[in-house]
Design a protein around this ligand. Sequence first.
Ligand SMILES: C[S@@+](CC[C@H](N)C(=O)[O-])C[C@H]1O[C@@H](n2cnc3c(N)ncnc32)[C@H](O)[C@@H]1O
Length: 384
Amino acid sequence: MADNTSLGAAKSAKNDEFYTQYSDIEAEMNAYVGDNPDVFRGKTILLPCDDPEWSNFTKYFATNFERFGLKKLISTSYAKGAGNKQLTLFEEESPLYDAKKHKTKGKLFTLTRDKDKSGNIDTDDIEFTGYLKGDGDFRSKEVCKLRDEADIIITNPPFSLFREFLAWIMEAKKQFVIIGNQNAITYKEVFPLLQSNEIWLGAPFPSGNAYFNVPEGADVSVYAKGVYDPATKQLHFRNCRWFTNLDYGARHELLMLDTMEHNLKFNKKLKKKLEYDFGSNVYPSYDNYDAMEVPFTECIPSDYEGIIGVPVTFLDKYNPEQFEIVGRDGDLDLSIQYDFFTPPSDEDASKYKKANKTWRIQNAYFVKDGKAKTSYKRLFIKRR
Ligand SMILES: C[S@@+](CC[C@H](N)C(=O)[O-])C[C@H]1O[C@@H](n2cnc3c(N)ncnc32)[C@H](O)[C@@H]1O
């Protein structure tokens, strides 16, 4: 819980200054390159919201420039970002260096050639190509132009602007790999793209744990207790995900499932949960959706053909050849379009609302002893 709260706080305080670890970038890119060694071959990659001083994205792709057969690497920094306050050697040693512009303008770095004639194209060959006209905002005309030139956009963007950032990529029809908050899955602008398999989740962070570096002087008081570790100067989030439209093998692996009877007989975690929540040993159904509740992804029965409600973390295991996403709860505009949504009578609705002000008609709920109990957020899926 604390972790979710902390990301929420990061969003509202617009504290976007946390930096991705090299090892996390490497692990994620391995998922794509492992399946298709040529995935980046001949491509121009844009790393916006970045800066070589801080960005492990720039370091990672510069180091692997030749191995991946990249055509061009473009990295832009944002003047208002913490990273921009640092002066990089690439900038300082350049004849283009301007102390005044350093503070107010975004910067452009490129990598295309063996500039230092060392025999390899690597980090030493990154070129400070000059200052941008503006502050490096990804929405500016000049960064849009760089986006249009690129084939693939890869970054950890400002979480507070995630919706806009994804729309900015999609409108240009680019390939991408970006980090976001797990809550983005249910955003109005994001869910339809996941549902239509235009985008999906990337390989998960190791054991679901994402650690980010925080620059010196950043205000860490906005994060919940325990999220910032002063010893490592890192934040620990459990609800970060990679979002992408690059394919990788693991998303086509079949989720191995057992029958309903076996789950109810042998799965201790499920039995305990059903007993605790419902006092029974059956998969319950929602009152407002014609769907069966499955509280844990691994307990999806292999022999059930109807619609089921699963936690949003199901998406980490989602194989589009095995399941179809038919909807989600929590959005009345969507629910009223589903033929498996049946709102309660006005009388029941006012009774439930009276008993619990936070009760909502569109949130999946169960009825027990005349009382409505709202479920956790659910995605609705169906076997293919
Ligand atoms: C979560 S940090 C990640 C930094 C870097 N991409 C990384 O992963 O190490 C997001 C960065 O986006 C920058 N940023 C915020 N608003 C921006 C905007 N409108 N345009 C471009 N960058 C922005 C922030 O200053 C911050 O450095």
